[in-house]
Write a protein that binds this ligand. Structure first.
Ligand code: FE2
Length: 394
């Protein structure tokens, strides 16, 4: 299979993976020829790229960390929680209670409902965990998501990445569940903020920015009230925008830039490790997500930016662990040859090399004039001179 941008689709092409809409309904099935109308609707729905069937790469299976099925389930669960929360907030605003007043929102019918929803969040995190048990590397390839489901898929991606980092840090299962649940709900406070503020891509006014920053406190107070037992998970919402240098928000807490050697310190002055892991996963998702106006960055670019952020913004030790599970040349990623006989040829990574992660096995599919050629497979651990770079698509 190949990952190509929707602009390159032609009628007759077949998807290699079934596509779902934001509600988990099948949008387009795999192995059905696309029509011009289908292609147009994919563009319209804001899908940046899709996986297609391709004769020369059909043997290449781009691995999924979490199955489509669990992802769809997780999506529906997060959506439900957000819907119940939104109702509660609207009621509170319409009625006597202030939405930000954590004492005001007593257990109502909605309170009961949201308790059940939080349980469901934990259940879905357990399912994700089960699927991640045997993986120790991140996928390194942006998850395909449509425009309308960005908020929810962001929550899921952050949870998956955070759990993978937590696994790398040998966290206990119960901690991983708390961490994952916290990440699923880390941005729930955005429900209190006008959509146009947090969805806008251009510069915000000082006042709007202050409103946006408030999502941390509002989210935390809301969760603390609805779900008081899950203290650590709730603090992920509270602290995920704090920075190591103390210049973050809402409280300007500091970090220690370490993970293991922190136990002796007075913890209340410092950012909790859960929130520091969530911050790393949050930034990673921001950089790696594919949008029509801003394509995802390649793992190397992500690594460079995150290294720059480490120490001041992100916890340095956690970033280091994160980078150790981010593959630089994941299977399926586009590559271009930089030198030698095949200079200018493009293709994809078809296998990784365990012993030499920087020298994967590649398959070239296009020549320097971008004409399709008979596939050429090269094991870069034997072709020491060949230099490659990753590209958006071959
Ligand atoms: Fe946030």
């Amino acid at each position: 299979m190949l990952r190509v941008s929707v602009q390159r689709l032609r009628p007759g092409t077949m998807l290699a993976r079934t596509l779902y809409d934001a509600k988990g309904n099948v949008l387009l099935r795999a192995n059905v020829p696309l029509t011009a109308g289908y292609i147009e609707s994919l563009v319209h729905r804001g899908f940046p790229a899709v996986y297609i069937r391709d004769r020369d790469t059909d043997d290449v299976d781009i691995p999924e960390l979490v199955s489509q099925q669990v992802r769809v389930e997780a999506h529906a669960t997060v959506q439900q929680v957000f819907t119940v929360a939104r109702q509660a907030i609207t009621e509170a605003i319409g009625g006597k209670e202030k939405p930000t007043d954590h004492k005001g929102n007593g257990p109502s019918e909605n309170g009961q409902k949201s308790k059940e929803q939080f349980q469901q969040i934990e259940n879905i995190v357990k399912e994700i965990l089960r699927e991640l048990v045997s993986s120790n590397m991140l996928s390194g390839i942006a998850e395909i998501r449509s425009y309308d489901d960005r908020t929810f898929s962001h929550s899921i991606e952050v949870a998956v990445t955070a759990i993978m980092i937590g696994k790398r840090l040998y966290m206990s299962e119960s901690d991983l569940i708390k961490l994952g649940s916290g990440c699923m709900l880390h941005d729930i406070g955005k429900l209190f903020i006008e959509q146009d503020i947090y969805k806008r891509e251009d510069v915000l006014s000082t006042q709007e920015y202050r409103r946006l920053r408030g999502h941390t406190v509002l989210g935390y107070k809301f969760l603390r009230n609805r779900n008081p037992n899950n203290v650590l998970a709730n603090h992920v919402a509270f602290q995920h925008h704090e920075r190591q240098d103390g210049k973050g928000y809402p409280r300007g807490l500091r970090g220690t830039n370490t993970y293991r050697r922190r136990r002796s310190r007075k913890t209340e002055q410092y950012i909790l490790p859960f929130a520091e892991i969530a911050a790393v996963a949050d930034v990673h998702d921001m950089l790696s997500s594919d949008r029509p106006e801003k394509p995802s960055l390649a793992p190397q670019q992500i690594a460079t930016i995150m290294r720059e952020m480490s120490g001041t913004l992100l916890n340095a030790e956690i970033v280091q662990h994160f980078l150790s599970i981010l593959p630089m040349f994941p299977v399926g990623i586009g590559i271009a040859v930089q030198n030698g006989f095949y200079r200018g040829y493009r293709g994809i990574v078809v296998r990784s090399n365990r012993r030499y992660p920087d020298r994967p096995i590649i398959r070239l599919l296009y020549d320097e004039a971008h004409e399709r050629v008979a596939p050429v497979e090269l094991d870069l651990s034997y072709e020491a001179d060949i230099q490659i770079i990753t590209i958006q698509e071959p």
